[in-house]
Design a protein around this ligand. Structure first.
Ligand code: AMP
Ligand code: MG
Length: 495
């Protein structure tokens, strides 16, 4: 029997997911073929929907019932294609641990851009959907555990109020993927402001393709920074905007103890969203040198290095943009350097604002940075839990540790020099210091249960992390530091 392609089927025979409210408009696919290559997802044996993000679906103007109904799972593995999608793999490069490589979507397929009823535009991408022109030696696939992990951590970041790609669904494939051992395969449906990376610019710069570079800059400006399109030097405006968003993003990461783990330039989005959740994790004990990734032997991407690495990545973006920053090469270089030099001050501004919030300071005094640094130093020395310490700061508490008592007095005196009453101070602190974060031991336990078909612990974690600044009814395992003897978390790339 010859089966007809889905688009020719009578509408009634298509699953509801096909028409779940999609409004695709695929502007990236309309760029020339140097930007991408057309590719269909490779069908899998037995699609099964594992998680659907009902709230996200709803906020995108999609019908969650249609997306979880009969036949929907096939769409979330790429066996079927949503109405209006035009699958492509995007071309990009990336500095991996410092070395430029030609990459591209090796296992991710961009279905297209969905426009919400409110007029916002989001990329819809299937991660783990099969081989593409950029797969090199890879199988184009992803394992269930890591895809659930990305879903959980990205949604936790969103709950924390931090710009991030989102996760709409995870579907299992019914096929094993071969890693160190065979693992169940899965596809993640990722929603992003866009997937334009620092490495996308590096790709065209390395090819010497100035024309495409200009097209990409114009496209990115129009999509993310429309106010800058008409400016005299739009490419410089683009660079400045991206620098500002990254400065703000990294301050957020430090505020909640997030370690991205693999800040290669292909994993830095121009939109300012956190992207590519691989070997990421949250710190428990405060330690600037904290590293979780099993391959980051020199701590290049350790917790405290992240501002420096962001600046390094932004320098690679500036370098790539040089040919279009200004017609005069010397002026282009001077503009690039001036923009890059602003990163440090921008980051310090956001970081100090975050620290003031964490310490309940409404007013600004020159001493504030030193007060915060003294606390962080004490936390480092005593390996205090980052989340728990900040969340439980109280000016009238009594401490056994004398160094902490000294700091505590200094902080209480500082609080007394501002007019805000204590309840207002608490409100400010609670808005900057989450009560719960995705603690590694809880994440690992929930993922282990989920891969053994028990989703309940993962659902509980997701519910808790959707309201991380609230303490009431939160699980003890998330509210408290890990019990003594909990093994250190190790995370893996190439998941
Ligand atoms: P990542 O570490 O996830 O940022 O990926 C780095 C590069 O490797 C990207 O170009 C990915 O598309 C590619 N890649 C990662 N895993 C696979 C895989 N299983 N098959 C093909 N390409 C992959
Ligand atoms: Mg990546």
């Amino acid at each position: 029997m010859i089966s007809r392609p889905p688009d020719f089927m009578p509408k009634s025979s298509q699953p509801a997911a096909h028409h779940a409210g999609w409004r695709f408009d695929n502007s990236y696919a309309r760029l020339s073929e140097s930007f991408h290559s057309r590719v269909n997802p490779t069908p899998v044996a037995a699609p099964r929907l594992v998680l659907l993000n009902h709230r996200l679906a709803h906020s995108l103007g999609l019908d969650p019932a249609a997306l979880s109904g009969l036949g929907a799972a096939a769409y979330f593995t790429g066996n079927q294609i949503f109405l209006g999608a035009e699958p492509i793999a995007q071309a990009y490069a990336g500095h991996q641990f410092g070395n430029l490589a030609r990459l591209g979507d090796g296992r991710a397929i961009l279905l297209g851009e969905h426009r919400t009823p409110a007029g916002e535009r989001f990329d819809l991408q299937l991660k783990g959907a099969g081989r593409t022109a950029y797969s090199r030696g890879g199988d184009g696939r992803a394992a269930l555990g890591p895809m659930l992990r990305e879903y959980l951590i990205s949604e936790a970041m969103h709950g924390l109020g931090i710009p991030t790609t989102r996760s709409l669904a995870v579907a299992s494939t019914g096929e094993p993927v071969q890693r160190e051992q065979p693992l169940p395969g899965a596809v993640l449906t990722r929603v992003a402001a866009s997937h334009i990376r620092v490495g996308t610019f590096a790709y065209f710069a390395a090819l010497g393709d100035t024309n495409s570079l200009r097209v990409l800059a114009d496209y990115t400006l129009l999509r993310h920074f429309p106010d800058r399109v008409q400016s005299e030097h739009p490419a410089l405006g683009l660079l400045e905007e991206v620098i500002e968003r990254q400065a703000s993003l990294i301050a957020h990461w430090l505020r909640v103890g997030f370690v991205h783990g693999v800040m290669n330039t292909d994993n830095m989005a121009l939109s300012g969203e956190t992207i590519d959740y691989g070997p990421c994790a949250f710190i428990d004990a405060y330690d600037p040198a904290a590293v979780f990734s099993s391959i980051d032997h020199h701590g290049r991407y350790s917790f405290g290095q992240q501002p420096r690495i962001a600046a390094w990545n932004l320098a690679r973006l500036a370098e790539a943009l040089l040919p279009i920053l200004h017609p005069e090469p010397d002026t282009a270089l001077a503009c690039a350097n001036e923009a890059l030099e602003s990163f440090s001050a921008r980051f310090q501004h956001h970081w100090l604002a975050a620290l003031r919030g964490k310490l309940g300071l409404f007013t600004a005094e020159p001493e504030d940075a030193a007060i915060a640094e003294e606390l962080l130093r004490w936390m480092h020395e005593t390996r205090a839990d980052h989340t728990h310490t900040f969340r439980n700061l109280k000016p009238n508490a009594h401490w056994e540790n004398s160094a902490f008592t000294a700091w505590h007095r200094r902080w209480a005196e500082r609080l007394a020099r501002q007019p805000q009453p204590w309840p207002e101070v608490v409100r400010l602190m609670h808005a900057h210091n989450p009560a719960v974060i995705p603690r590694n031991h809880e994440v690992e336990a929930a993922l282990a249960a989920a891969t053994a078909n028990d989703l309940a612990p993962l659902e509980r974690l997701l519910a808790a992390l959707a309201r991380p600044y609230e303490e009431a009814d939160q699980p003890d395992g998330l509210l408290n530091p890990p019990p003594p003897g909990t093994p250190a978390c190790r995370t893996f790339c190439g998941t």
